[in-house]
Design a protein around this ligand. Structure first.
Ligand code: IMP
Ligand code: MG
Length: 168
């Protein structure tokens, strides 16, 4: 996906989100670090009032395979009680991270919790309970980088999304 394709898709998502939340205020929760680029581009294009908070969880070590262990590295700064929460993720792969995060955030009594992801790899899903409300692109089971996504912390700053060819 080149930069133009990504930006057009984000603009469409922002339009849909703005319609769906008409008359409300959205509390965007950016999942660090991968979600940062997508969150900024999305937030800029949303026309209803937006507040922002950040959370950092880790489910992956170095490399490309899921460990299944989710750890909160940085929790939210503000309470989400009574807020219309929209979680913004770079990619949903196994779904473990989001399944855990959704459960955790719902316990804090927000008005609602929805989920928006730039990329979704549905073939890789191992948890059943993750409902994704907004998806930028559905992609096959390939490892991708750019637009926030990394390989061993590199390539997040690429302005496009590209597939990594891994050597055997
Ligand atoms: P899940 O818990 O397996 O859904 O893991 C989601 C997280 O894994 C994402 O937030 C990314 O940090 C990472 N991830 C999954 N697939 C990719 C990929 O193709 N490229 C880069 N990071 C990925
Ligand atoms: Mg991530």
């Amino acid at each position: 996906m080149d930069e133009t394709q990504v930006e057009q898709t984000i603009a469409k998502l922002a339009e849909r989100i703005s319609q769906d939340y008409k008359g409300k205020e959205i509390h965007l929760i950016c999942v660090l670090k991968g979600g940062v680029f997508f969150t900024c581009e999305l937030a800029k294009r949303i026309s209803v009032p937006v507040t922002l908070d950040f959370m950092s969880v880790s489910s992956y070590g170095a490399g490309t395979s899921s460990s299944g262990v989710v750890k909160i590295v940085k929790d939210l700064d503000e309470s989400i009680t009574g807020k219309e929460v929209l979680i913004v993720e770079d990619i949903i792969d196994s779904g473990r991270t989001l399944s855990y995060l959704m459960k955790l955030l719902k316990q804090r009594n927000p008005a609602s919790v929805k989920l928006c992801t730039m990329l979704d790899k549905p073939e890789r899903r191992v948890v059943e309970d993750v409902v994704v409300d907004y998806v930028g692109f559905h992609i096959p089971d390939q490892f991708v980088v750019g637009y926030g996504l990394d390989y061993n912390q590199r390539y997040r700053n690429l302005p496009y999304i590209g597939v990594v060819e891994l050597e055997e």
